[in-house]
Write a protein that binds this ligand. Structure first.
Ligand code: TIU
Length: 232
């Protein structure tokens, strides 16, 4: 049994086993975050999501330094849209649907510039990138296998948006037996009300499907674990 560290979280402290914890970064894609992109074209305030980039970059740095498994996800579809159910494809305003031309290429299509992750959080070659057709990261992906292969039991969940893909993935993970800490300043919603209530919903009822904690509570625990810088 590996050693655990205590994270102060809501609804109460959680013992984290950092040897069996992964950082998952949900859908920090240009289509959702950049001005002029799909998210903004739908009338959303992308500044609400951009606030997440800086604290998440700090958490990502600390996770990398601690040697933690890092998993990035991207929501999107094959160019022929064969993996996009009609119920999803026909949603939203005409000309702003999945597969339509957008400011950064075809909207939410794999291989397009807008589908990829923002530069500040670009995955390293050694990190896992999961392409997912749904809101949840487990549906129709290899995520379960990646987590099993790496003996992961706990997840630090980050990314966008809080009430959609972060919630769906956290609920999926909770049902599969993972303990999830949703990092409160490293998740974002276009809607401030959804951000607040979305976080409250996770930790309510004694942590009905997870815990919440800010990055500032997690980073020091990761730094304690990181190998010391060699003396010069
Ligand atoms: N990643 C994710 O949350 N996808 C969405 O579609 N989110 C919205 O809030 N629309």
């Amino acid at each position: 049994m590996s050693e655990t560290v205590t994270l102060e979280a809501l609804p109460g402290p959680i013992e984290l086993d950092l040897d069996h914890t992964a950082l998952i970064i949900i859908d920090m894609q240009r289509d959702f975050l950049l001005p002029g992109g799909f998210g903004e074209a739908l009338g959303n305030d992308v500044a609400q999501l951009q606030r997440v980039v800086e604290p998440l970059a700090a958490l990502l740095d600390a996770a990398r330094a601690a040697g933690m498994l890092v998993i990035h996800t991207r929501e999107g579809h094959l160019p022929d849209l064969s993996d996009c159910p009609p119920a999803k494809l026909h949603r939203g305003a005409p000309s702003k649907r999945i597969g339509d031309p957008g400011a950064f290429g075809r909207i939410l299509i794999r291989g397009e510039y807008g589908h990829d992750i923002v530069d500040e959080l670009a995955p390293l070659d050694t990190e896992v990138v999961i392409d997912k057709p749904g809101k949840g990261a487990f549906y129709a992906t290899e995520l379960s296998k990646v987590l099993a292969d790496n003996q992961i039991t706990q997840l630090l969940v980050t990314g966008v948006t809080t009430e959609v893909c972060v919630h769906t993935t956290t609920r999926e993970a909770n049902d599969r037996g993972f303990e999830c800490v949703v990092v409160s300043d490293c998740v974002g919603s276009y809607f401030p009300g959804f951000q607040r209530v979305g976080l409250e919903m996770i930790a309510a009822q004694g942590g009905i499907f997870g815990w919440t904690a800010p990055g500032a509570a997690i980073i020091p625990l990761l730094k304690e674990r990181a190998p010391a810088e060699p003396a010069v």
